[in-house]
Design a protein around this ligand. Structure first.
Ligand SMILES: NC(=O)NCCC[C@H](N)C(=O)O
Length: 401
């Protein structure tokens, strides 16, 4: 398994089917759990199944995080490791209730249900019989019902990490609400046979945030990284230093985007759709800052640069690249469609992308440019603020010929 380019023909991908975690969302928790609205689960699942069918029709192997975790949960030791790593990444880390939650998960929950239950969230009610005396947190249950929060963003598997060449960079999520998602990926990477031969680029978590939605592999050994609400300068510097030192990269282009909910990751405003073509939300162009990172005498050297198209061409190693603009020349349409993830398309091969059907103006622009747009429905899925790229973690792509 290997990913050397954002657009090489997709061979294998990791998804998560939206599940009861979405039904455990309540208005009070929306902001903290990084949602604006509550998707209607049955419809979200139908839309997601449509996305997976589209991928399978293209011959892509679709793996589901929850299925792989279920494979591991059959083994008592791995089950224990899964539970421990979930508790460690949660708010319960130093909570007196930790032992009771652990016993409930290991002694009461049937192993085949464990991954789904962990993703859906564990209520205080479910744990009550494992506690000797009612505690303050039991009494606050009506207002604050969960020991382990639901993971409603779990279906945005892109953010959990990124294959860079043959190895996986596991993200360090900025918000606690999403840290348990990456703990699952680490468990899979360590133990699931699917990942045999794939290593984590490094074992220990990075000091600060970097998320997969900010990582674009535009060419072998060249990355574009978003500096965003979720990915920090410090994390980029550490990642750059380590990947340069390992000989995995020759250059990085950092695109700084405004730190805003609407553009929480770079891939909400910018993606690659063909060997030499990119899709960008025009409302962001004036506000971008560009920095080039290179390895110089064992040190990462940063310099500011200006021309996006020229910088990308240099990175990809071609004379020129083309920037396609989302929203069909109308700033209002462009802003509305950006909110519905118009630029968050998933390239399944050079010049072939999966996109939400609702982003009509952007899809027309792509089609006129000769890009094949495979449209999927996503009116419930989009309520979580992500599109086909966010909903997929590519594990294997063919090299570009
Ligand atoms: N790559 C992406 O842009 N992912 C979308 C993440 C949406 C999720 N609700 C979040 O705010 O983290």
């Amino acid at each position: 398994m290997k990913v050397e380019s954002e657009v090489g023909r997709l061979q294998a991908v990791l998804l998560h089917r939206p599940g009861p975690e979405l039904e455990n969302l309540v208005p009070r928790d929306l902001e903290r759990l990084l949602f604006e609205e509550i998707p209607w689960l049955p419809q979200a699942r139908r839309e997601h199944a449509g996305f997976a069918r589209q991928l399978e029709a293209l011959g892509v192997h679709v793996y589901y995080v929850e299925d792989l975790l279920r494979d591991l949960a059959r083994d008592p030791e791995l089950r224990e490791e899964m539970v421990e790593s979930q508790l460690e990444a949660s708010r319960l880390r130093r909570d007196p209730a930790r032992a009771a939650v652990r016993r409930c998960l290991l002694e009461e929950v049937p192993p085949e249900e464990l991954p789904d239950r962990l993703i859906a969230g564990i209520t205080k009610e479910a744990v009550r019989r494992w506690k000797q005396t009612p505690s303050l947190s039991d009494l606050t249950a009506p207002l604050n019902p969960f020991y382990l929060d639901p993971l409603p963003s779990m279906y945005f598997t892109r953010d959990h990490g990124a294959m860079i060449g043959p190895n996986l960079l596991v993200s360090q999520m900025t918000h606690r609400a999403r840290r348990r998602e990456t703990a699952f990926l680490r468990t899979l990477l360590r133990h699931h046979p699917l990942f045999q031969g794939v290593k984590a680029w490094w074992e220990e978590p990075l000091p600060t945030g970097i998320e997969g939605g900010d990582i674009l592999a535009v060419a072998p050994s060249a990355l574009v990284l978003g500096l965003s609400e979720r990915t920090s300068e410090a994390a980029i510097e550490v990642v750059a230093e380590r990947l340069f030192a390992a000989g995995a990269l020759r250059e990085i282009l950092v695109l700084q985007i405004p730190s805003r909910r609407a553009f929480m990751h770079l891939d909400t405003v910018f993606t690659m759709v063909d060997r030499e073509r990119f899709l960008i939300y025009p409302g962001i162009e004036e506000r971008l800052r560009l920095f080039r990172l290179a390895f110089d005498d064992g040190r990462v050297r940063a310099e500011e640069t200006t021309d996006l198209a020229r910088s990308l061409a240099r990175l990809v190693g071609v004379d020129r690249v083309e920037l396609l603009r989302s929203g069909g020349d109308d700033p209002i349409t462009a802003a509305r469609e950006q909110w519905a993830d118009s630029t968050n398309v998933l390239a399944v091969a050079p010049g072939q992308v999966i996109a939400y059907d609702r982003n009509e103006a952007t899809n027309r622009t792509l089609q006129r440019a000769g890009i094949e747009v495979l449209e999927i429905e996503g009116s419930e899925l989009v309520r979580g603020r992500g599109g086909p790229r966010c909903m997929s973690l590519p594990l294997d792509r063919l090299p570009l010929g």
